[in-house]
Design a protein around this ligand. Structure first.
Ligand code: ZN
Length: 314
């Protein structure tokens, strides 16, 4: 049975090798793929054929120096590309540009009306990557690249990015901080890594008011999140009226995640997905591109992705 939901995955993403014991590893995607096959959703998804992102799309978000640095670091087998936790291997740059390219393909399919929504099971993740900086396991900011692509290629004016990863997406905030055409909304544990994301960070210049940070205390769960959706996220999306919603879909706010201290369950992600789909239906015909960010407990991650996709496909 076919559906209106696209899916992006490629074995090349497994070749981004972060070294022994690293939480952001290839097993994450293997767990997702296995789970989707086991539960039968795999056969219902529209599997997109993807290619590496063209340099010009990467340059809409990142500096040429950043791209050169990453490429060189992989070529020279430097292991670390930031202060410590962002590891690379020889194939990491190629995996990263394929991840960005996959997200672009999904955006294209959704913006053209070929598909209604899509999930991108990609790695390396992206939301900590700033214009000129790799950080927090992230090399290229996939969600930001999709946003710019949708604006330039598909003529979308306003893009909303909702980031429910347990960590604040400092990179995405940084890239669009002075830009009123991209609304960045983030729920995250706070105070927590990477330290940014306080309520007072609201954007600057033309972008003032177009960054909405919703810090959550450690221990917060579905009840607190549902209140935030009702009181802040949905009204803010309705106000902004996006042409496309991008979800920076990290699943490390799950209660079993080893890196975070929030209390969501896999079902929570299904409920949030439904709320967003209902909201977007009226605003932009339900156009949603969801891009994987964090999530480090294999069982929690794969169950959460299943709940998310089961709802997207419905
Ligand atoms: Zn995270």
């Amino acid at each position: 049975m076919s559906s209106h939901t696209g899916f992006v995955y490629h074995e090349k993403f497994l070749e981004h090798d972060t070294g022994a014991g690293h939480p952001e590893n290839a097993e994450r995607l293997k767990a997702i793929v296995n789970r989707l096959k086991e539960c039968g959703l795999w056969k219902q998804l529209q599997h997109l054929i993807i290619d590496e992102a063209e340099q010009n799309w990467l340059l809409r978000v990142h500096t040429n120096e950043h791209l050169k640095y990453l490429k060189q670091a992989c070529k020279q087998n430097l292991r670390t590309v930031d202060q410590g936790d962002t590891q690379v291997s020889a194939e990491s740059y190629n995996a990263a540009i394929l991840a960005a390219g996959g997200a672009i393909t999904a955006t294209d399919a959704v913006m053209s009306g070929l598909l209604k929504n899509a999930f991108c099971a990609v790695r390396p993740p992206g939301h900590h990557a700033e214009r000129d900086k790799a950080m927090g396991f992230c090399l290229l900011n996939n969600a930001a690249i999709c946003a710019r692509y949708a604006q330039v290629k598909s003529g979308a004016e306003r893009i909303a990015i909702l980031d429910w990863d347990v960590h604040h997406g400092n990179g995405t905030q940084h890239i669009f901080y002075d830009d009123k055409s991209v609304l960045y909304i983030s729920t995250h544990q706070f105070p927590f890594y990477p330290g940014t994301g306080s309520r007072g960070e609201r954007g600057v210049g033309n972008g003032e008011g177009y960054t909405l940070n919703i810090p959550m205390f450690a221990g917060s769960g579905e009840i607190e999140f549902l209140e935030v959706f009702k009181e802040q996220i949905i009204p803010s999306l309705n106000n902004f009226c996006p042409d496309l919603l991008i979800i920076s879909a990290g699943f490390d706010a799950h209660k079993d995640d080893p890196l975070g201290n929030l209390q969501l369950t896999e079902d929570s992600f299904g409920i949030f997905t439904e709320l967003l789909m209902d909201t977007c239906e009226n605003l932009c015909g339900g156009r949603i591109v969801s891009v994987l960010e964090g999530g480090y407990n294999m069982k929690a991650l794969s169950a959460s992705v299943e709940a998310h996709i089961r709802t997207l496909i419905s």
